[in-house]
Design a protein around this ligand. Structure first.
Ligand SMILES: Cc1cc2nc3c(=O)[nH]c(=O)nc-3n(C[C@H](O)[C@H](O)[C@H](O)COP(=O)(O)OP(=O)(O)OC[C@H]3O[C@@H](n4cnc5c(N)ncnc54)[C@H](O)[C@@H]3O)c2cc1C
Length: 463
């Protein structure tokens, strides 16, 4: 028998774990393969972390996934978590936007910045008469928009402005996208972050007409899915399927090197040789590891990444924390508040709180996140409470507070991203035996990362 094939996974967030899970499915108990998962911190899951305390289910990172993308749900099913799936209360779905210090509801039927219900739009007090007219006008400009659709990538700001104008961009486009992609809409690539809308423009010209056609022909699933006991359970279940001797916690990978017959990984445990490496570290770490080995690849990864700080407050008595019905609010960029958004967790998903409780999750993003990152937990909690009090009303003392800092966690997919990623894929492919996983490349959401990791393992094992 030849020597076992050796495989390294660097990074034990959801991307690295999904790769390890997939390898586990293929090679459990198979002595012809030797697998090592390096994780620098003392826990697995990376940005995915659930704290369960006092009957509250508090998410430190993601709180669910977009149901339309099937890959997280498929994995949950394989892990025996079908009974754990819970869906967003879409009947109660309503998102507010902070305008001049007041929460104004987005009209019913909005899909991001595109309305599906023009009557609801007309009665909304979020938009001016001019913005409402721009929405109505978009439908009649369909053929002009179709003809003028650019042949190359453009920014989200340019795309939204062409369809609906500045007001819609500023009031909802910017806060919606900067929350998810941590970016500036003037830089973000529309093809990378809003591909379905770009396709709709090509086919229908008008996005409003395109959405109407799509929604007439398909039944929409609930918008978001999560797990009753929290997303940490997805991590725990994956970990439970992975042979424990694969896992090296608290071991930081410091460098990688290309050898004639594979790769070496240097860590605090010394140097080890592998045939294949899956790099599932945050983008800035992967870039640093690749720099000496493949400067051209590393240069293609020079994107900015913004930070996020999450503050979750669990309150015993919901009546003392009155909030409007709905899932939460967004704050357009500007001086109104340091917060980027707040989710009303107990209204978005069932089973997040003990009876009568209330759970709010506030986010700092962009520059505000960079400012609060170095503050102590007490300071961050005080700032979040003060900002929430200005928008909602003074808050009682929470029973539970969870604070998580995620520096450089949201890479910005700038204009031209898809072309750069194609080039990067070419560079990485030429190196051989190397796969890049994580949220810097082909999507930031959990379903994207799971799909990507599993398909990278399948193709590595074929190769
Ligand atoms: C605040 C916030 C909210 C979000 N909400 C949602 C949401 O609701 N739904 C959704 O689908 N997505 C959401 N996302 C996006 C999603 O959570 C992330 O894209 C995803 O969790 C990233 O996973 P990852 O495995 O790529 O990276 P990470 O989770 O960052 O994992 C990387 C791992 O690598 C380890 N590591 C780093 N350096 C080294 C080294 N040198 N050697 C070894 N190990 C190393 C780290 O410790 C970490 O465990 C959110 C993101 C943030 C920040």
């Amino acid at each position: 028998m030849g020597r076992p094939r050796r495989i390294a996974i660097v990074g034990g967030g959801v991307a690295g774990l999904a790769a390890a899970y997939q390898l586990g499915q293929l090679f459990h108990q198979n002595e012809s393969v030797d697998i090592v998962l390096y994780e620098s911190s003392s826990r697995l899951g990376g940005i995915v972390e659930t704290v369960r305390e006092g009957g509250f289910v508090l998410e430190g990172g993601p709180d669910g996934w977009v149901s339309e993308k099937p890959w997280a749900r498929e994995l949950a099913g394989e892990l025996g978590l079908d009974d754990e799936l819970v869906f967003s209360n879409d009947a109660e779905r309503r998102t507010y936007v902070l305008l001049d210090g007041i929460l104004k509801a987005m009209p019913n039927g909005m899909r991001m910045m595109v309305p599906t219900n023009l009557d609801a739009l007309d009665t909304s007090d979020l938009f001016s008469a001019e913005a409402k007219q721009a929405f109505h006008h978009e439908v009649s400009r369909a053929s002009e928009l179709k003809e003028q659709a650019p042949r190359s990538d453009e920014s989200v700001a340019q795309f939204v402005r062409r369809h609906f104008g500045d007001e819609v961009l500023d009031k909802i486009g910017a806060p919606l996208l900067s929350g998810v992609f941590g970016g500036d809409v003037a830089q973000l690539s529309v093809r990378a972050v809003m591909a379905p809308f770009v396709a709709m423009e090509r086919e229908h010209g008008s996005l409003i007409a395109g959405l109407k056609a799509r929604e007439a022909s398909e039944k929409r699933p609930p918008l978001f899915t999560t797990l009753r006991s929290g997303l940490g359970t997805l991590i725990d279940r994956m970990v439970a399927t992975i042979p424990q001797h694969w896992i090296r916690l608290g071991v930081e990978t410091k460098a990688i090197r290309r050898e004639q017959d594979g790769w070496t990984v240097s860590s605090s445990l010394g140097m080890e040789h592998f045939d294949t490496i899956f790099l599932a570290t945050p983008l800035h770490v992967t870039r640093m590891l690749l720099e000496p080995v493949a400067p051209q690849a590393s240069a293609l990864m020079q994107m900015q990444a913004s930070s996020a700080v999450v503050v979750a407050f669990g309150f015993d008595d919901a009546e003392q924390v009155p909030i409007p019905p709905g899932f939460g609010f967004l704050v357009p960029p500007g001086p109104q508040s340091m917060l980027l958004a707040c989710t009303f967790m107990d209204q978005k998903f069932p089973d997040r709180v003990p009876p009568g409780g209330r759970l709010l999750r506030a986010f700092f993003g962009g520059r505000a996140a960079t400012r609060v990152l170095p503050c102590s937990n007490d300071e961050i909690a005080a700032i979040a409470r003060m900002e929430l009090a200005r928008i909602l009303r003074p808050l009682p003392d929470p029973r539970v507070t969870v604070i998580r800092r995620w520096p450089q966690s949201l890479p910005q997919y700038a204009v031209g991203h898809l072309e750069r990623m194609e080039e990067l894929e070419g560079c990485v492919h030429r190196l051989g035996g190397l796969y890049l996983l994580g949220n810097g490349y082909r999507g930031v959401g959990l379903p994207d990362l799971i799909r990507d990791a599993r398909s990278a393992v399948r193709s590595a094992m074929r190769g």
